[in-house]
Each structure stands twice: as C-alpha cells, then as structure tokens.
Ligand binder design. Sequence first.
Ligand code: ATP
Ligand code: MG
Length: 283
Amino acid sequence: MAKARQWEPLDEMSVTPVLDLRGVDKSFGPVQVLHGAALSAYAGEVTALVGDNGAGKSTLIKCLGGMLPMDGGEYLFEGRPVRVGSPREAAALGIEIVHQDLALCENLDVVQNMFLGRERRSGMVLDEAAMEEMAARTLTGLSVRTIKSVRQPISSLSGGQRQSVAIARAMLWDSKVVVLDEPTSALGVAQSRQVLEVVRRLADRGRAVVLVSHNMNDVFAVADRICVMFLGRTVAQVRASDVTHAQVVELITSGRSGDGVEAGRPVPVHGRGTGPGGGAGRG
Ligand SMILES: Nc1ncnc2c1ncn2[C@@H]1O[C@H](COP(=O)(O)OP(=O)(O)OP(=O)(O)O)[C@@H](O)[C@H]1O
Ligand SMILES: [Mg+2]
C-alpha cells in the first residue's frame, strides 16, 4: 500500500532568492527610468541582467547596491525586507559589486588591492604574510593561475587578470551576492573566457551572481537565469535553458517575444539539478 505523502516535494517556487527586488520605481527629476523593475538572484546561480542601452540595468544595480535610493518597491534579502541606504549597508549584508571601471588602484599590488580598506592587522602592524597567503589562496581557489605574484602592481596586469583580481576581492569577503557590471566588455576572446570561468566558479562556490552583459554568447555560456529589461521594466525572468538566443534578443529589442516565453509560466526560481535546466548551454 502506498504511503500517504507527508510533505510535498521541494517545489520550485519555494526556494527563496538571496536577493529579490520587486516593483522598483526610480526617477531622475521628472524622468522616470525604472517602472516596477524586478530582479531575483539565487545562491549558486548566475543571473544575467540584460537589456538595451538605457534600459535601466545600471540604475537598478545602483539601487541594489545602495548607491541610489529607490522611489518605491520592495527589497528583500534572504526573504526579509531590508532598507539598503548606502554601499556600506549593502556590503554589511554581503553584497559586493564589481563595477565596470573596477576601481582598482594601479599603483598598489594585488594583495593591497584585495584588502584595501579591510586590512588585516597583527597588533599595530599590518599582517602582510596572512594577507598575502589569503590573497594567493583565493586566486588559486578561483583557478586564476596566470598571475605570477600577488606582489605585482595592478598596472602590470592584463585586463582579464585585473578583472580576476576584482572578482577575487569580492570572493575574499564573505559575500552572498556578487554583481559584475560588464566584466568582459573590454576583453579579448581568451581573456573573456578566463573571466567567465571565474564567474562560474564564484556561483559554484555558492554565491548568487548577477552578471550585467550585452554579450549573448557570454550570457548563454554562464547564466542559469536571464532577467531582461526593456525601457525601465523587467519583461522576463526565465531560465536560460528555457529560451533561445533569438528569443532573448527579441525581448531585449521589443520587450516581448513572438512566442510569449516571458508570459508563458511563472518565473522558475530554482534552476539547478532539475532536468536540463541546471546551467545547460554553458559552453
Ligand atoms: N543620474 C541620472 N540622471 C538622469 N538620468 C539618468 C541618470 N542615470 C541614468 N539616467 C537615465 O536612465 C536611463 C537608464 O540608464 P541606465 O544607465 O540605467 O541604463 P543601462 O541599462 O545601464 O544602459 P547601458 O547598457 O548603456 O549601460 C537612461 O535613459 C539614462 O539616460
Ligand atoms: Mg549601464
């Protein structure tokens, strides 16, 4: 006799996103640029945030990172409503943002950059040995092998290596969410691939990663989910394996797709390990 089921299997909808922005409005003076925008990000997954120039991606990221106040909407962190009024408050929650311009100091070395503002001390002096060891271990953990010495100044590194240091810096801290704004836009093919591998590893280490990108190949190479913005609105949050390049491009350019993938079903909230979803299409 079949046993009565005592609980329902873990339903997709029951997995709480680490980060969940809903109905975000934002105006600059009289111009409203976000109209109920939304973004959810899940631990262990890469969520690509895509949209045409001016769609509102950076504005939404700035609201997420506490650089801009939201005019309206909900901000949930691990399921709880929070108020993120400054970058410091975002960092305290465990949100790290790797900006497009990176904000690394050229004249400082890898270790100094990774610990900038959060240096380790042993009594009154900096604990250089411990910081060096942690920096090297973090880079190795992300399989960044091309940086010869953590005592190299940033100015001696390639674009891809710099991007890797910036990502490793986010990895070093106990971050839960890492947001990367166009990390490969200035990079060549080989360097981009290297950075995308680091991005993937960041998610595989349990972070919720948000990747802002214009590059569909990058998006389909690493993303588990895709969030599409069009004219300040979020028009789709879908699993990458549920859509084609063409559908995403159509959503980006027109705000909808002919076959209605964006409206087809509720946003699936847990994509890994369930059918072909978990990161299929990563190349
Ligand atoms: N500080 C500001 N003051 C006024 N308007 C702004 C400001 N910042 C952004 N905007 C406007 O808000 C809209 C969204 O800009 P945003 O930078 O968020 O777009 P984006 O999706 O990041 O674009 P891109 O892909 O080009 O980086 C644009 O029309 C932009 O002109
Ligand atoms: Mg932008």
